[in-house]
Design a protein around this ligand. Sequence first.
Ligand SMILES: NC(=O)c1ccc[n+]([C@@H]2O[C@H](COP(=O)([O-])OP(=O)(O)OC[C@H]3O[C@@H](n4cnc5c(N)ncnc54)[C@H](O)[C@@H]3O)[C@@H](O)[C@H]2O)c1
Length: 278
Amino acid sequence: MSDGYGLLKGKKGIIFGALDERSIAWRIALACKREGAEFVLSNAPIALRLGALNALSEETGAEIIPCDASSDEEMAELMDKVKEKFGGVDFILHAIGMSPNIRKEVDYKELNYSWYQKTLDISAISLHRVLKFADEKDVLNDEASVVALSYIGAQRIFRKYSDMNDAKALLESIARNFGYNLALKKGVRVNTVSQAPTRTSAGSGIDDFDGMYVFAEKIAPLGNPSADECADYCVTLFSDLTKKVTMQNLYHDGGFVTSGVSQELIDDITELYLKDKK
Ligand SMILES: NC(=O)c1ccc[n+]([C@@H]2O[C@H](COP(=O)([O-])OP(=O)(O)OC[C@H]3O[C@@H](n4cnc5c(N)ncnc54)[C@H](O)[C@@H]3O)[C@@H](O)[C@H]2O)c1
């Protein structure tokens, strides 16, 4: 790892969603540390029981504050603790996602509605909850930056991504709406980063993930960005170099979203389906 650029020197933050060392939030925590930031780490109590986060806590010197992102009480308590520790924060990362329907392989047409509500609550409404309690408890410093991780399923249909497509559309909308309010109030910016398929615990829980990964890789002219590359991008958004970027969904996908199809994929398809017809 390089020594970094000191882009987050003196900044304080909250990082939600690091589970194991493949987690995008884990990689972002390491990059934030490299750039000079101090932060707390948070995850659901059930995830903390796995114990992996202790290693990241030791490596970065960050305190762990448990919080189920679907609980108002736990979110309020977390913000109280952060206020006491730091006074205020300059950045927040929301890297939280979970769908019981995907876990149980329920088709989109047949969604279990109670699980559907859980998906939306944990994966999207939790961003509203983070911002609401951070604002209410006066935890956000002036010109703070908030980033939530999204996926292109918000705009396009990826069938096996099921109700997470809906969750990401809601997440991006919440980022815009809350972003508007917080920009007026404190110059705070709120953006979503739409990351390409990345091999993590949440990623590999999706049926056909490998196919989606290879598909994106073959279409994106720069290829799929890694979790570490996503981390570097998020650092720029937390830094003072992007103070007027807000209410945006920013694609971090190697050019996938604006590409039609790649010659490589056309060649593969031709080879697979059309070679006998020539
Ligand atoms: N992996 C990908 O391909 C990909 C692509 C684009 C966006 N994303 C998004 O990136 C974010 C991080 O996912 P990841 O791929 O690093 O996987 P991950 O499994 O490492 O992270 C998901 C995190 O959400 C946490 N979480 C689940 N329920 C929670 C709750 N009730 N309260 C608090 N935390 C809870 C998990 O414990 C875990 O730490 C997610 O929002 C995901 O949708 C992932």
